[in-house]
Design a protein around this ligand. Sequence first.
Ligand code: NA7
Length: 558
Amino acid sequence: MDSKIDALVIGAGFAGLYQLHSLRDRLGLSAKVLEAGGDLGGTWYWNRYPGARCDSESHAYRYFFSRELNEEWEWSERYPGPPEILRYLGRVAEKFDLRRDIRFGCRVVSARYDETRNRWIVQTDSGEQYAATYLVAAVGCLSSANVPDIPGLGEFDGKWIHSGHWPHEGVDIAGKRVGQIGTGSTGIQAAPVIAQTAAHLTVFQRTPTYSVPARNAPLTPEFKRWVRENHEEIRAAVRSTPNGHAFRIAERNVADVTPEERQAIYEAAWEKGGLQFRATFRDLLADQAANDTAAEFLRGRIRAVVRDPKTAQALADIDHPYAAKRPPIDTDYFETFNRDNVTLVDLRADPIERITPRGIRTRSAEHALDIIVFATGFDALTGPLLAIDIRGRGGRALREDWRAGPQTYLGLQVPGFPNFFTVTGPGSPSVLTNMPVAIEQHVEWITDCIGHLRRNGIDSIEPDPEAARRWGAHVNEAANATLLSKAKHSWYYGANVPGKPRVFMPYAGGMARYRRICEDVAARGYEGFWLNRGSEREIPAARAGAAGEYAAVRGPGI
Ligand code: NA7
């Protein structure tokens, strides 16, 4: 057992790499990363399905902690794809000499807190054991694949693949009959690309979704120069916007403009493309009537593009407010349904009954297939953490404690699990943001926190259960202040995984507001946490302020 380690980090994606650099090179700790994949990249190591691409714009999808790094790196397109993101992370690892402290191909299966020694004992799938004072889960929010339990899958004679475990050597789709289940962000990216080479693509749609064109394009030399020269401005923007993107949400409400002006605004945003469509009006996620105008505009676009009226109707018959589920962006998604080799199966009218050796049988027909692509998403946020048997004080199991839903304080720590930190854990803005921004904020907060513990001779930190309870109530309240609460069947609620508790998991109060809360908590001597020295417990006095401040969320923060 390697027990000379101060900190163990699980995962070598954006979060794990920066956490290693911060703990090792800023605090001088001995730190190691354990990574299940064969190389770094996290989400991007695994998600290599056709059409995979980041939805955040490249100038905002990066670390901001090193100006030098940004000056050395240039993205080539508006939205980066996996190969370029992996090259970027490879460059980061090289620049900060990270690889020497990462162990690849080693999956953490359990982590147990040894109270007498104040150490985490971590076990990998190959039987290796590590011990460390601090344990940081940088396991990603969308890394636990959700393969639905459809009867007959084991009998299928063809090949089936989940989008999140796409074989690195690729899949030969040319001339094949492909069935794709799922039309979320992944399915919407994958279908147009699969359709280009497959003999036939059948898209099995359970819930139709809005989508806005991504309008990806190579970056111009002028834009690249602008990015290089405006590091500070872009950094300031991503740190101050509600969702960590570099675009600002308009100040106006839908009712402030005439219907003609509104139409022109939506058309311009449609032409510009991307997630910033939702930034056209301030009240799109707060007010149903306002949202209805965007929703109707987007439904109209589907009807205008898709030629077959029945298919258009099935695609446009959307049952939730725009952006109440994660809003996808696409390249020719709706146009794909005009191809002769593409069919849409509306599962609400014609549900899947089973998978047969030949393909997928719905209530009305059997669809013969060579390949089934599951673009069925992930056991989000809690899944990657609960895949590990994590045990805190007295052997208590995270799986038990979270049976009714995740309980965290600030999405950073869990009561009863001292010195265990979760980067972008449930209860933090995480998936509602441009991820690297949320990751950077968490990594820096955790690093400062561990630095504080060490400077002050504090052995361990853990949340006061009451603070975690209050935070959980606030997370709920923040979601209820938005229209996100109108899409109860979203994966934000865990609704995509049968049996998963229905709890809104990410924090919808906004990244900028959340950042202030975290800074305030730290400035108050880690209010809401217990700081332990041996058997003595220091409880920072709760003062009016942080706790009271986050008690009221007025309007959506996203
Ligand atoms: P999502 O957004 O969870 O989408 C999964 C899709 O799969 C969605 O259309 C689901 O329909 C569908 N699905 C899931 N289970 C089934 C079953 N059993 N039968 C039929 N259809 C099913 O995952 P993505 O990978 O697209 O995106 C995840 C995130 O990655 C994305 O938001 C970005 O942040 C990046 P449903 O809507 O549940 O009815």
